[in-house]
Design a protein around this ligand. Structure first.
Ligand code: LLP
Length: 419
């Protein structure tokens, strides 16, 4: 459920009209509903109420500092994958004791920064990474708390590009090597084994692949314990899908939680979760203006002022985003290809999408764009990063500004020899 609805014929974020925001900040822009972010976090936490669970919001989904502050105030920790995300999480007031560090390519600098901050856990994705973390921690006379991310060899995920749990994927340590790696880690001075980690993909819309992976991992934990390892924590990653409007009905967090409790209860573990999309996805929309209506030979194109650099999901993962006109209308719909101004054929948000008649200057909202929208933007075609706006009831605040063109090139310089 989210807080974007029509009031008096105009689409609103909570109590604020998207047309009014467009007048104030210009298009395109992202707008987030604070009530929706809070609600999603509460739904997730409630599903695990009574369980020892840390909800470490996956910062990559939407890393705006205001979003992180809201989630921190709801008790969220953070799942970070870079030194930059770690800095953001700390700056937003998330306690280091609630931060886990994932990702296959942590550099020594990043490991050092995370150790200095005193994070809760490193999710280790390879043997060389184990050795690097051990070495850095030893030079700092400390021990890094670790879990190995296990690759359970289970297929999952809404699209091949966001599936991570198969043995051919780059993620995690191979299932067959897990017990040896835990034995190796036990003898290292710079690491302390705390748990096991698994994350199999994103936008997963059924429970079965989660359950298959989690059951495998639960069996592994029993083996590791019989090998003498101390396993106190189980990080189950993120990946729970959301409805994007194309008919998928992903499991409710309650059903996800029930399944997990069944699988993990006998093991007496602290659980860690890294939800991203489930928290932020339906809490944001991208608002754009129609620039032109172009009648092609075979199709009608709606050319809008947002491009694939602003929301790359349709181009990269063939993702579906509902497109709603900001002004409600009952006029009959007809098919349009909705495209951006970027010079790439993949700069297309929707093909043959049934929309009411729209004209230059009309506003449209690309729905469910709160996760992996603003956080995946680029400045391709020298298009400025677009503003992000936060709404709370009738209040609104710009939480990221649109840079001027001059600001965008301020870090560039030409060498002397070019005159
Ligand atoms: N934990 C790890 C280790 C991850 O790699 C991810 C997402 C998450 C947690 C959060 O997953 P979520 O709950 O959001 O599904 N850009 C793509 C999604 C990439 C997901 C990357 N990893 C998209 O727009 O669909």
């Amino acid at each position: 459920m989210h807080h974007f609805q029509y009031l008096n014929g105009v689409l609103h974020a909570e109590d604020v009209s998207l047309a009014a925001i467009a007048d104030a900040v210009g298009t395109p822009f992202y707008v987030y509903s604070e009530a929706t972010l809070r609600r999603h976090m509460r739904v997730f936490r409630k599903a695990f109420a009574g369980t020892d669970a840390l909800v470490a919001y996956s910062v990559k989904a939407n890393s705006n500092i205001a979003v992180l502050k809201i989630l921190a105030s709801e008790g969220a920790g953070a799942d970070v994958v870079s030194g930059g995300e770690l800095m953001r999480a700390l700056k937003a007031g998330i306690a280091p004791s609630k931060i886990v560090f994932s990702g296959v390519g942590k550099t020594r600098d990043e490991i050092e920064a995370a150790l200095a901050a005193g994070i809760y856990q490193f999710n280790v994705e390879s043997e060389p990474e184990l050795e690097a973390i051990d070495a850095v921690a030893q030079t700092k006379n400390t021990r890094a708390p670790i879990a190995f991310r296990i690759n359970p060899d289970v297929a999952a995920g809404g699209h091949a590009k966001i599936s991570t749990g198969k043995s051919e994927d780059k993620f995690g340590v191979p299932w067959s090597r897990a017990r040896d790696l835990y034995k190796k880690a036990r003898d290292l001075e710079g690491v302390e084994v705390k748990g096991v980690d698994v994350h199999i993909g994103s936008q997963i819309s059924e429970l079965a692949p989660f359950e298959a992976a989690f059951r495998k991992v639960a069996a592994l934990i029993a083996d590791l314990r019989s090998d003498g390892a101390t396993i106190e924590r189980l990080d189950l990653g993120g990946g729970l899908g959301i409805p994007y409007g194309e008919g998928a009905t992903p499991p409710h967090p309650e059903a996800y939680a029930d399944m997990i409790k069944q699988v993990t209860e006998p093991l007496d573990l602290q659980l860690i979760f890294e939800p991203g999309r489930m928290i932020a996805g339906n809490a944001g929309v991208l608002v754009a203006s129609v620039i032109y209506l172009k009648e092609g030979e075979a199709k009608k194109f709606l050319i809008i002022d947002a491009g694939m650099n602003d929301l790359i999901r349709p181009a990269l993962y063939d993702a579906w985003h509902d497109i709603w006109p900001v002004r409600e209308t009952a006029e009959p719909r007809e098919p349009f290809d909705v495209v951006g101004p970027v010079c790439e054929s993949s700069d297309r948000f929707a093909a043959a999408r049934a929309l009411p008649p729209l004209a230059a200057g009309d506003l449209v909202a690309l729905m469910s764009a709160g996760a992996y929208g603003a956080s995946q933007t680029s400045q391709y075609n020298t298009r400025p990063l677009i503003p992000e706006v936060l709404v709370n009831g009738a209040r609104l605040a710009v939480i990221r500004n649109r840079p001027a063109h001059e600001d965008m090139i301020a870090n560039e310089s030409a060498p002397d020899w070019l005159g």
